[in-house]
Ligand binder design. Structure first.
Ligand SMILES: [Zn+2]
Ligand SMILES: [Zn+2]
Length: 182
């Protein structure tokens, strides 16, 4: 029996979540340990069409050691992976055991943010790269919004329309031309 990575003296108990996915839960902190092996089998039955580029290459990730927890099976530091650009919550993953640790409530959070069928996708490089890009985009958007104020939405719509337009260059040139006021 494995112990909880968060509560050193609490044992994990076998449980079934989301219908029939085998997991181990901690009765003290309500966290969940999910084996990707069991998860993939569960997903095959529940979400036949789900395809996540599962090219895990954790050696290239920089470990986030804030509040790092160690895998209770192999004792290595678990790597933290952000769930989505909309949340700062991170899940913990041990690549050698293929175990994912979820704090209490994180399964439900994943379900509501991205769908539980993407759990295995979260711990991949393409997923993490996309989150970084989305975060940069959101920051840029925030900065522009505070600069342009109430006009921002109008400007963004105009830009979208312009970017699709076949005469984009001509329109831009026209807009830049200063007409002499009579
Ligand atoms: Zn615990
Ligand atoms: Zn491990």
């Amino acid at each position: 029996m494995t112990t909880c990575p968060k509560c050193p003296d609490a044992d994990l108990q076998h449980t079934l979540i989301a219908g029939n996915l085998t997991a181990h839960s901690c009765t003290r902190c309500t966290g969940l340990l999910i084996s990707l092996v069991a998860y993939r089998r569960w997903r095959e039955i529940h979400h036949r069409s789900a395809a996540d580029g599962e090219a895990v290459d954790v050696n290239c990730e920089i470990p986030d050691t804030r509040n790092a927890i160690t895998c209770s099976r192999c004792r290595t530091v678990m790597i933290k992976y952000r769930i989505s650009a909309q949340s700062d919550r991170r899940i913990d993953y041990c690549a050698s055991c293929e175990d994912i640790w979820l704090d209490g409530g994180e399964w439900e959070l994943i379900e509501s943010l991205v769908g539980s069928r993407h759990l295995a996708g979260i711990v991949t490089r393409p997923w993490q790269r996309r989150i970084r890009l989305e975060t940069v985009d959101a920051l840029r958007s925030d900065r522009l919004a505070s600069f342009f104020g109430k006009d921002f939405e109008k400007i963004r719509d105009l830009k979208e329309w312009l970017d699709e337009h076949s005469a984009r260059e001509e329109i831009l040139a026209y807009l830049q031309r200063r007409e002499d006021k009579k």
